[in-house]
Ligand binder design. Structure first.
Ligand SMILES: Cc1cc2nc3c(=O)[nH]c(=O)nc-3n(C[C@H](O)[C@H](O)[C@H](O)COP(=O)(O)OP(=O)(O)OC[C@H]3O[C@@H](n4cnc5c(N)ncnc54)[C@H](O)[C@@H]3O)c2cc1C
Length: 302
């Protein structure tokens, strides 16, 4: 089986490489060949054209890419151009005994994990999957050993033809949180159960006062309570690895849980004692989220 990884010069490449070796075997095991299609810098502008050409030449069975801004733009384009399926935002993958590749994706609002199998996969018509950064962990020792011993074939995608899409005319940096949720040791995460933008603001202030970061679920972003997607945790948001995660008013959909699976300690506050998030928590509190926020504010004198 031939696996191609679209390498955008992003750490997600090492995470995909580690996962590919875990699932399909090492390059010298004889069970698979792994090729990196490297696309860095200017080549981005015509990446889809170049990748399509490289897929036609290399004829991979599986094409993996990070669900970065570029990956999310290119993956559906490749699906249409190659006449194949794309498993977007997969959280795991398996190789079945009959050689079928299965991608696992949260479905039905995150209540179940669906198995996606792309039909009629063959060399040159690969199964395509995108994976958010940090969903998989990179094995740094394995990756450096593979690189040092040149055990991977790397194909550099060269810029080609005229750029036909959008052009970057300027950049406007968005305001950054004091503590980035990707690096925070403490995350207070707010869900729909916070109920209002005012309560979200209280949670954000409390996180700041405690030297942590505030994260949120999809409904909080969609409701426009304040945070944007850079604070959202889950399969379409960020994956985090804090020492302590405290969730307030969060149900525990798989889309969100995938983003917190590497937290050391998970504490959850929910007024529903049957909330799914309690199954994934180390400590649970069946309380009104606002009451717990008030108690913490009082404790630290906010
Ligand atoms: C393709 C796709 C990708 C997605 N990606 C993401 C993602 O990256 N991240 C993400 O978060 N979601 C994502 N979602 C949405 C996800 O499926 C869930 O809908 C979402 O995580 C639910 O957020 P929530 O727990 O805040 O809200 P809800 O599911 O509405 O849960 C609210 C919870 O708050 C509790 N509650 C209510 N009032 C109170 C109170 N006063 N005190 C305490 N508890 C209270 C309720 O009992 C309930 O359990 C995605 C969905 C799809 C389809």
């Amino acid at each position: 089986m031939k696996i191609m990884i679209f390498d955008q010069g992003h750490p997600v490449t090492e995470q995909l490489l580690t996962k590919a070796i875990e699932v399909f075997g090492t390059p010298e095991s004889g069970t698979c060949e792994i090729v990196l299609a490297r696309c860095i810098g200017k080549a981005h502008e015509t990446a889809a054209d170049q990748l399509q050409k490289t897929v036609a030449e290399e004829r991979p069975d599986v094409l993996l890419m990070g669900a970065t801004a570029l990956g999310e733009e290119i993956a559906p384009a490749m699906g249409i151009r190659l006449g194949t399926g794309v498993a977007a935002h997969c959280v795991d993958m398996e190789l079945r005994y009959d050689g079928e590749v299965v991608f696992l994706i949260p479905a039905f609002g995150g209540r179940v994990i669906g198995e996606i199998m792309i039909p009629d996969v063959q060399p040159g018509r690969p199964a395509i999957a995108t994976v958010k950064p940090d969903i998989f962990s990179a094995d740094a020792a394995l990756v450096s050993e593979i690189n040092e011993n040149n055990r991977l074939r790397v194909i550099d995608l060269e810029p080609a033809g005229e750029h036909r899409g959008f052009q970057l005319t300027g950049r406007q940096p968005r305001p950054r949180a004091a503590v980035d949720i990707g690096k925070a040791e403490l995350i207070l995460c707010g869900g729909a159960g916070l109920g209002s933008p005012e309560t979200w603001q209280r949670l954000e202030n409390l996180a700041k006062a405690l030297g942590g970061a505030a994260g949120c679920t999809r409904p909080v972003v969609d409701a426009g309570w304040g945070p944007d997607e850079s604070s959202m945790i889950g399969t379409s948001g960020r994956s985090v690895r804090p020492k302590v995660y405290i969730g307030f008013g969060i149900s525990g959909a798989a889309h969100h849980l995938c983003g917190i699976k590497d937290a050391d300690v998970i504490i959850s506050i929910n007024k529903d004692k049957k909330a799914d998030i309690f199954n994934a928590s180390d400590h649970k509190g069946v309380f009104n989220a606002e009451d717990v926020l008030s108690a913490l504010e009082e404790e630290i004198g906010l």
